[in-house]
Design a binder for this molecule. Structure first.
Ligand code: NAP
Length: 463
């Protein structure tokens, strides 16, 4: 039997339900907190008190790495999910079930079996604040989510076994999905694979589907990258193309098969917002566009990782004088990233009005293309499609490039665009669009699975 891992806040029933599953499935039961206490000969509060949190987290990682991978039910400590390395160990070859319950129920359960407080806050407030802080990590940790609010451990155990045996989507919805993928532009090989996964006689009900939503999106590199990462981290997921002109249709299909999440691309990054329960206030809300949707525990949450893909390669250029070429969807994320790095940003665009609107939103300046030479920037970011295959145009003339000017071309097909080639010939430091793709994909993977993929691994898989 594949390892079953239970995650969730304390008081959600991990130990009791874990023991029920252990006896029903004839598998061993391991409580990771107990294992840590046994290994160190100290209680967890004592480890925190005498050796500090860092030491506790290091022991915790060692314990996660040493767990058996088969015939075992693992109940984890409430904060385990916050460490990406733990998630890498726990998710490998496992089915992870997130247990949730409402705050009043958790409080009631914790009051019955007093445990040391985690903060100085009153219990109800402590639960609310800590659950909120860890929520994204809990959602990322889960293959499935189960609400234990109104169930005894025995009934919860039975229902979880049912979930493991049947999966979380009905046959009608799975057949509807196959009809959708058949009517679209999914090539024959991926279609056969998806049909086997969703409706084949050997179907593993625990395999979860996710994909890229767009029109068109057949060119997207995300399915190949994500599926290679699933193999590398031994995750029971499959990533495909949700290509359709109607976003409504895509969202219905995704919800019908209980998809884990979607990467969203053109033309849906704005429209998808109306289908979501929440959008992340740090990027998505400010930019007004979502490129990542995480479905978990009945909610759909939208994030934007594009801006992080622009920000990450530029962290060493904080406060620089930057010119942003373009004022479209990707430029909005780039403007947010550059201003987040306290840069002095001027947006140049073919249609000045669009540059003005974007500049106003993010406190930047705007100007026409001809004013480039006057600005003398330290950094140029190209967020137009100029230079994208089959276009061979360079957004800047060669004489506009200066040796000490860093050039970041967000276009990544071809990998070496005319702008990057010209900039390299001039001796400028360059950053290719592939770096943005890699960083935004790493952030997405973290939001979906709680695992921090090294940039080198993504680079190796996309090249
Ligand atoms: P978009 O919303 O259509 O915006 C395009 C922008 O470029 C607009 O400001 C437009 O100006 C300007 N533009 C278009 N054609 C132009 C031309 N011939 N001359 C001068 N300006 C022109 O596109 P987007 O979604 O922001 O995508 C922009 C590029 O980002 C894409 O082409 C893609 O290569 C790249 N991208 C990279 C990644 C990555 O991970 N590296 C991810 C997504 C996208 P107007 O306002 O005048 O129309």
């Amino acid at each position: 039997m594949k390892r079953i891992v239970l995650t969730g806040f304390r008081g959600t029933g991990k130990t009791e339900i874990g023991k029920v599953l252990s006896s029903r499935l004839n598998a061993a039961f391991i409580d990771t907190d107990e294992l840590i206490e046994k290994k160190t000969g100290r209680s967890i509060p004592d480890i925190f008190h005498y050796e500090g949190e860092e030491r506790f987290r290091s022991i915790e990682r060692e314990v996660m790495a040493s767990l058996p991978q088969k015939d075992v039910i693992v109940s984890t400590g409430g904060g385990v999910v916050c460490n990406p390395k733990n998630m890498e160990y726990l998710r490998r070859n496992s089915t992870v079930i997130l247990l949730v319950a409402d705050i009043d129920t958790i409080e009631e359960r914790l009051l019955k079996k007093p445990r040391p407080p985690l903060t100085g806050l009153p219990l109800h407030k402590e639960i609310a604040e800590m659950m909120d802080r860890r929520r994204q990590n809990y959602y990322a940790s889960s293959d499935f989510c189960f609400d234990t609010t109104e169930t005894s451990a025995v009934i919860a155990g039975e229902k979880i076994i049912e979930l493991l045996n049947n999966g979380s989507s009905g046959q009608v919805q799975r057949n509807t999905a196959i009809a959708f993928f058949k009517s679209g532009r999914l090539p024959p090989v991926p279609l056969i694979k998806l049909t086997e996964i969703l409706t084949g006689p050997e179907r593993d009900p625990k395999t979860r589907i996710m994909g890229v939503a767009g029109f068109p999106c057949a060119h997207s590199r995300s399915p190949n990258l994500f599926n290679a990462l699933f193999e590398y981290y031994q995750l029971n997921f499959h990533y495909t193309w949700f290509e359709d002109p109607e976003l409504d249709e895509i969202m219905n299909i995704a919800r019908g098969i209980d998809a884990k999440g979607l990467s969203v691309t053109i033309p849906f990054k704005k429209d998808v917002i109306e289908y979501l329960d929440e959008i992340d206030e740090h990027g998505a809300q400010k930019i007004g566009a979502v490129n990542t949707v995480v479905f978990a525990c009945g909610t759909a949450i939208g994030y934007n990782t594009d801006w992080l893909g622009v920000r990450k390669p530029l962290v060493s250029m904080k406060g620089a004088k930057a010119v942003l070429l373009g004022a479209g969807g990707v430029a909005a994320g780039a403007a947010y990233a550059l201003t987040d790095l306290d840069m002095d940003v001027t947006i140049l665009n073919r249609t000045l009005e669009n540059a003005k609107i974007l500049a106003e939103r993010f406190g930047c300046k705007s100007a026409t293309w001809d004013e480039f030479d006057r600005i003398k920037p330290d950094l140029v970011v190209n967020a137009t499609p100029l230079g994208m295959q089959p276009d061979t145009r360079n957004p800047l003339r060669e004489d506009q490039l200066q040796k000490d000017m860093t050039v970041f071309d967000l276009v990544y097909t071809p990998p070496l665009t005319p702008l990057i080639e010209a900039a390299r010939a001039k001796g400028c430091p360059t950053i290719t669009g592939l770096e943005m793709f890699i960083e935004q994909a790493r952030e997405q993977f973290y939001l979906f699975f709680g695992i921090d993929v090294p940039a080198e691994k993504v680079r190796e898989l996309v090249q």
